[in-house]
Design a protein around this ligand. Structure first.
Ligand code: UFG
Length: 329
């Protein structure tokens, strides 16, 4: 079975490529390397550098390879950046998905698993969040993911392209040997920033807001290990390969941790004091996001193995210590 992974040089993509190869799949990776890293891609994957918005490039890849299914990660995914430059997000995420679906339609490829996000829900009041709950995104990033889901739905109706949308909550951690991990430039995510402070690369963590309606006033998020997420993509692809219908699943641990609790957990794991201060709210941040992931467990048989915040942080810490400057240096 040959699986095309778009964005396979990115954080979640590279872990999924690695898992696919270790499970015996043949893997083709497409990535424009704007935010991804060539070194993150398992060398057994066939790599094509290019952009999913480039129809000629995609057509060339689909002509050369016999693709059985697509896992689509390629997108921009930083909430605060999307607030500053929404059109960039609509161009990259929505336009990229249109071009990819057109290429799939034209090459008769009928299965796609893709990255959606908890940010499609906006700022929901009821926790934990179920897939059927209202979708009212509070930032352009979440809006693009919701549009991508809707497009997939109509592409299924019209062209018979079956899809699984996986709505990730907050992803963390790294491959357990520390050989691949999270490397964004600039870094905006909580866990890597906390660990950069632990390593002495930053002076301080700024915590964005302590006046939210949560137990300690800071935002609450639901963290899932990147390896558990990678495994969910494989289960979803297997579901489609078995003839399963299109569907949408939340992926989270169903437990919420506040930003202050995350800081404390990182202090426990690293043994470092990790200095922190309070800062104003970050625009677009929902107060609390906690998943109800029972549907993925029931239908896909997904069983997270690293369902513990300390395991998530300690694997990220191993990667950070091994690669203090990420992939490049
Ligand atoms: N935070 C800080 N200080 C920092 C960085 C982050 O306080 O320096 C806080 C944020 O305000 C937020 C929490 O840490 O409360 C988590 O922030 P991240 O930037 O790590 O992650 P987000 O929750 O903004 O977004 C992530 C993914 C999205 C996904 C979302 C779903 O990046 O793709 O989780 O929950 F949609």
């Amino acid at each position: 079975m040959t699986i095309l992974v778009t964005g396979g040089a990115g954080y979640i993509g590279s872990h999924t490529v690695d898992c696919l190869i270790r499970r015996g799949f043949d893997v083709v990776v497409v990535d424009n390397l704007v935010t991804g890293h060539r070194q993150a891609v398992n060398p057994k994957a066939r790599f094509y550098k290019g952009d999913v918005r480039d129809a000629n490039f995609l057509s060339h890849v689909f002509d050369r390879e016999h693709i059985d299914g697509v896992i689509h990660f390629a997108s921009v995914s930083i909430v605060p950046e999307s607030m500053r430059d929404p059109l960039h997000y609509f161009d990259d995420n929505v336009e990229g998905t249109i071009t990819l679906l057109e290429a799939m339609r034209d090459h008769n490829v009928k299965r796609i698993v893709f990255s959606s996000s908890a940010s499609v829900y906006g700022d929901p009041k009821r926790m934990p969040i179920k897939e059927s709950d209202p979708k009212v995104p509070t930032n352009p990033y979440g809006e693009t993911k919701l549009m991508m889901e809707r497009m997939m739905n109509w592409a299924d109706v019209a062209y018979g392209i079956h899809f699984i949308a996986l709505r990730y909550f907050n992803v963390g951690g790294a491959k357990l040997d520390g050989s691949i991990g999270e490397d964004h430039n600039p870094e905006t995510h909580l866990i890597p920033i906390i660990l950069q402070v632990a390593l002495g690369q930053r002076n301080q963590l700024q915590i964005f807001g302590d006046d939210y309606p949560t137990k300690d006033g800071t935002n609450v998020r639901d963290y899932v290990h990147v390896l558990d997420l990678a495994n969910a993509h494989i289960l979803a692809m297997k579901w489609l390969l078995r003839g399963g219908h299109s569907d949408i699943f939340n992926l989270g641990s169903s437990t919420g941790f506040s930003n202050l609790q995350m800081l404390q957990a990182a202090r426990d794991v690293t043994g470092q004091p990790i200095s922190a201060s309070m800062a104003p709210r970050r625009p677009g941040d929902p107060s609390t996001l906690i998943a109800d992931s029972s549907k993925a467990r029931k239908i896909l048989g997904w069983k997270p193995k690293y369902d513990d915040i300390h395991k998530i942080i300690s694997s990220a810490w191993k990667w950070t210590r091994k690669h203090p400057n990420g992939y490049e240096k």
